[in-house]
Design a protein around this ligand. Structure first.
Ligand SMILES: [Zn+2]
Length: 128
C-alpha cells in the first residue's frame, strides 16, 4: 500500500463495503453504522493496480485487536470471481482488499453479486 492524497470513499467503494459487511460477516464483524462508512477517507491504495484501499492516515496504527471483519466473494463486471477481505475492529475500518488469481489488479466487484467466501461456488453458478 502507498499513501495518496486523501479523498472521500467513492460511492462504488461504499456500496461494496456496506454489502460485504452485511453479507460476508466473520465472528469478529463489529457493528458499523452507515454514517461511519460514509465518512471513511481513503488514505492509501495498493501498488499493483487492484482496487484495494486503506482508511488509516499515515502514522496511524491499526488497533491491536484488528481482525478479519468481512470475507466475501463477488463478480467483476466481466463475471470473474473477486475475493473481498476487510480488516478492522470496533470503531475502526482499516482496509479493504480485493484479490483474484488473474493477470492485472482485481477490480471492484458488483455489489449485488457479493456472497460469503465459503459460498463462492454459488456466484459462479449465478454468472452462467
Ligand atoms: Zn493490489
Amino acid at each position: 500500500m502507498s499513501y495518496i492524497t486523501p479523498r472521500p470513499i467513492s460511492g462504488a467503494e461504499l456500496e461494496v463495503l456496506q454489502t460485504v459487511l452485511l453479507r460476508a460477516v466473520t465472528p469478529h464483524t463489529p457493528q458499523v453504522t452507515p454514517d461511519e462508512l460514509k465518512s471513511l477517507v481513503v488514505y492509501s491504495k495498493c501498488d499493483c493496480g487492484c482496487a484495494s484501499v486503506g482508511f488509516l492516515p499515515e502514522g496511524t496504527k491499526a488497533n491491536e485487536n484488528t481482525k478479519l471483519i468481512a470475507d466475501g466473494l463477488g463478480l467483476s463486471p466481466d463475471n470473474k470471481q473477486v475475493g473481498i477481505i476487510v480488516y478492522g475492529s470496533p470503531g475502526q475500518v482499516v482496509e479493504v482488499e480485493f484479490h483474484w488469481p488473474y493477470e492485472g489488479g482485481a477490480p471492484l466487484p458488483r455489489p449485488e453479486t457479493i456472497v460469503p467466501w465459503e459460498r463462492g461456488t454459488e456466484v459462479t453458478e449465478v454468472a452462467k
